[in-house]
Design a binder for this molecule. Structure first.
Ligand code: BJW
Ligand code: ZN
Length: 247
């Protein structure tokens, strides 16, 4: 990290800034949730996204897909939000305009205590019937079926080739366009349309801050790139902003 650039950035931050954050799997890594594209232990290094993250694959083998989601649920339910999640709760209390857009389905931002959360790719805690669209949250058999119409029940997540919820997406673009500060935390920025949000924010004048131990395509348009784990850097960032305003 270039500490001079960070200090200059922090000294220019005011409570009137409009702060939008985009998070990805990396923000949950320090809680013990695997990312997707990490070479050694990323989910896609062990599991085939074509078999697990497409609607056609779900129809072919719903039981396999459900086993995979149940396996991930076990991990997610057994872990806790980390200091990076907690720092984002702290930041929400510092700005009247603060919006947290996440690609994660793990619900850890909600569990940490954030309120203004926009879930782009759904939430692993919710399911719905593919025939009548009714939410069905208690899963008994595998694969689960709808007690109203008998249809297959699926996790309420967005797979490859599926449209994101249009209202959710509209809101994500709106807050990205309004933002004066846009943080991109723990995402490889390879999946669209999420990866377009920081680009749109930069085009509308936001300062883009990338927090990621590894390079990403967004680094090229970033005002500051912080090559550190979010669970270590975000608490320090929030502390320094607060300290400056208390002076
Ligand atoms: C740390 C860290 C620490 C580690 N601290 N950081 C335009 C161009 C090309 C293709 C497309 C396009 N528009 C649409 C597409 C097709 C497709 C797409 O984007 N494909 C690309 C892969 C090429 N997109 C879609 O299909 C989307 N739908 C759509 O656009 O509909 C209309 C349409 C359809 C078809 C064609 C055109 C238009 C839907 C995308 C749905 C993504 N779904 C998944 C699964 C969700 C459910 C589940 O979780 O099971 O979402 S895939 C997976 O990737 C998941 C994630 O949310 C998403 C993003 O991953 P993320 O979060 O970035 O994780 P990683 O692992 O990639 O990165 C982690 C990062 O953390 C790394 O950089 C680490 O370095 C870092 N890190 N430790 C900070 N401690
Ligand atoms: Zn149904």
């Amino acid at each position: 990290m270039n500490d001079q650039t960070i200090s200059t950035l922090i000294s220019a931050i005011s409570p009137r800034d409009y702060v939008t954050v985009l998070t990805g799997a990396g923000v949950s890594a320090e809680s013990g949730v695997a990312t997707f594209r990490n070479k050694d232990n990323g989910l896609w290094s062990q599991f085939d996204p074509q078999k697990l993250a497409r609607f056609e694959s779900f129809l072919e083998n719903p039981e396999l897909v459900w086993k995979w989601y149940n396996f991930r649920k076990e991990t997610i339910y057994s872990v806790q939000p980390n200091p990076g999640h907690v720092a984002l709760v702290e930041m929400e209390s510092l700005f009247s305009d603060f919006y947290l857009i996440t690609q994660n389905i793990d619900n850890l931002h909600k569990r940490a205590g954030n309120n203004s959360i926009i879930e782009l790719h759904g939430n692993i805690e919710h399911n719905y019937c593919i025939s009548c669209q009714q939410p069905k949250n208690d899963i008994v058999n595998l694969p689960p079926t709808c007690d109203v119409c008998g249809g297959l029940v699926r996790p309420d997540v967005v797979w490859f080739g599926e449209m994101l919820n249009q209202e959710v997406l509209r809101s994500a673009f709106f807050h990205s366009e309004q933002s004066t500060i846009f943080l991109v935390i723990g995402t490889s920025a390879q999946v669209y349309p999420a990866a377009n949000l920081p680009v749109v924010a930069a085009q509308h004048g936001a300062k883009v801050i990338v927090v990621n131990p590894e390079p990403t395509p967004i680094d090229a348009i970033a005002h500051v790139v912080v090559r550190e784990p979010s669970g270590e850097w975000l608490p320090e960032f929030a502390r320094r902003i607060k300290q400056q305003w208390e002076k």
